[in-house]
Design a protein around this ligand. Structure first.
Ligand code: AP5
Length: 210
């Protein structure tokens, strides 16, 4: 299965991607995680991307298209993959088509802006493996420590309330048009994000297995 996850920042794409990749044994590719790794490693690409990310803006198309082009060559992508956070602009979606990638389904997780702003304040992430938690809705077993790799959890710099507002603005102006793009191609399915992570997961799996 070749799947795109769409949704506003904090809608729960990363959380659901972790579940879907286990269920279907396919890799989840998050351009956000790839970029954060590049920033942490201090690569040239990371240094160029950091300012955009910290301000809540999109990193230029050519950078993320390059990341995806290279990543999709990986052996582990042969049987499918989940794209979490890519494409985010119409030119990115067009580039994916030009690469000859045939997407099976585009799943939007819909969550209203008001709910998102509340959720982001409780998010904690693992800087080593990218796993995402929530202090209230999805706590780690040991407070402040990643269940998967034991590293200390951190608050993402772009989860500050003003930056979240900017990310939402960017989402509505630049990424939302992708819904029409994929609706025209008969690929879009919308799932409403629920208050409980497990309830959203149930709806997501039902939509994918239909
Ligand atoms: P990226 O990392 O992709 O950020 P995002 O899309 O803004 O998405 P998030 O990771 O914030 O949210 P999510 O939907 O995955 O939510 P999560 O599951 O964590 O990108 C970061 C930056 O990189 C961008 O701003 C941009 O600068 C750059 N970038 C990345 N891709 C790019 C591209 N293609 N083009 C250009 N620039 C790009 O959930 C959020 C929180 O809520 C968590 O704490 C979670 O535990 C909790 N939660 C989840 N589900 C529920 C639920 N049902 N109930 C209660 N809480 C829940």
């Amino acid at each position: 299965m070749k799947l795109i996850l769409l949704g506003a920042p904090g809608a729960g794409k990363g959380t659901q991607a972790q579940v879907i990749c286990e269920r279907f044994s396919i890799p989840a590719i998050s351009t956000g995680n790839c970029l954060r790794e590049a920033v942490a490693a201090g690569t040239e690409m990371g240094r160029a991307a950091k300012g955009y990310m910290d301000r809540g803006e999109l990193v230029p198309d050519e950078v993320v298209i390059g990341i995806i082009r290279e990543r999709l060559q990986g052996e582990d992508c042969k049987n499918g993959f989940i794209l979490d956070g890519f494409p985010r602009t119409v030119p990115q979606a067009q580039a994916l088509e030009e690469m000859g990638v045939e997407i099976d389904r585009v799943l939007e997780i819909f969550v209203p802006d008001e709910t998102i702003v509340g959720r982001m304040s409780g998010r904690r992430v693992c800087p080593a493996c990218g796993a995402s938690y929530h202090t209230e809705f999805k706590p780690s077993k040991k407070q402040g420590v990643c269940d998967l790799c034991g590293k200390q959890l951190v608050i993402r710099k772009d989860d500050q309330p003003e930056t979240v507002q900017e990310r939402l603005r960017v989402y509505h102006s630049q990424t939302e048009p992708l819904k029409g793009f994929y609706e025209q191609r008969g690929l879009l399915v919308v799932v409403e994000g629920q208050t409980e992570v497990a309830d959203t997961t149930r709806l997501v799996l039902k939509a994918l297995e239909a």
